[in-house]
Design a protein. Structure first.
Length: 266
């Protein structure tokens, strides 16, 4: 956790914070970063003291602008290898769900989130952003087929908005308010409040039994790949497995009796 070169990893009060840390390159990702995310998600997955994760990026103009094209042209830096039979989607290394990590992820986006940034956005559970955030996909502008990131985005955004983003490429960006309207993000804040809010949300989630949060996320996310009846049957099994563990960790009567409990209305 202390030897990463492209990301920062911190842990406090059951919340892990990952910071994409290449501001000199618009926080673009490299082969090295992909490998470090594999390690980070594995660490989070098996650390019972981590209940929730905040994903953010180092300050600057961008949350992430996708792959670092320059670095990928260097020997050993290829993000996608030329061997078509063994080439791998970079999202398999970057995304938490692709790495079987079911700890809740709160993502805080600032500045530009472009192209490969959606490898993270597509697999986060709560996304909030700053007022200056913009979202776009430049692939077709550069003559490249845009398939992997937008297919994932269809589970986050209406199809029409995904297609518009893909086809217009660099000619249009989705603003923070539009991102909220179409459901990509759930909250827009001033930049100076963004990271505190992400930590606040993560803290509220981390206070809940992790058997309940992980079981809920796994059942819901996996249902996207299943027929409805199979998803419901599988979900029932997750409830039967997880509820005895999670309910034993809370005093339900005390929670229900706490009439002065504060809550937020969104």
């Amino acid at each position: 956790m202390t030897g990463y070169e492209t990301i920062l990893f911190e842990k406090s009060d059951h919340v892990a914070t990952i910071t994409i840390n290449r501001p000199e390159a618009m926080n673009s990702f490299t082969r090295k970063m992909m490998d470090e995310f594999v390690d980070a998600w594995s660490t989070i997955r098996f650390d019972d003291d981590i209940h929730c994760v905040v994903l953010k990026a180092a300050p600057g103009r961008a949350f992430c602008t996708g792959v670092d094209v320059k670095a990928s042209r260097e020997p050993g830096g290829e993000v996608v290898i030329d061997d078509v039979w063994n080439a791998e989607d970079p999202g398999n290394k970057l995304g938490p769900k692709a790495n079987d990590c079911w700890k809740p992820i709160v993502c805080a986006v600032h500045g530009m989130a472009a192209g490969g940034a959606f490898y993270w956005l597509n697999e986060c559970d709560i996304i909030i952003c700053s007022e200056d955030a913009t979202f776009f996909d430049p692939h077709v502008t550069y003559g490249m087929t845009s398939a992997l990131e937008p297919i994932g985005a269809t589970y986050k955004m209406p199809l029409g908005d995904v297609l518009r983003m893909v086809l217009l490429g660099n000619d249009e960006r989705i603003s923070a308010e539009t991102a909220k309207r179409i459901g990509l993000v759930s909250e827009v804040l001033p930049l100076d409040q963004l990271y505190d809010r992400a930590q606040e949300l993560a803290g509220m989630i981390a206070a809940k039994p992790t058997a309940a949060t992980q079981g809920s996320l796994k059942a819901i996310w996996q249902s996207l790949d299943m027929p409805r009846s199979v998803a419901l049957a599988t979900g029932l099994k997750y409830c039967q497995l997880g509820n005895p563990v999670g309910t034993a960790q809370v005093d339900r009567a005390a929670l229900m009796a706490d009439k002065a409990k504060n809550f937020e209305t969104r």
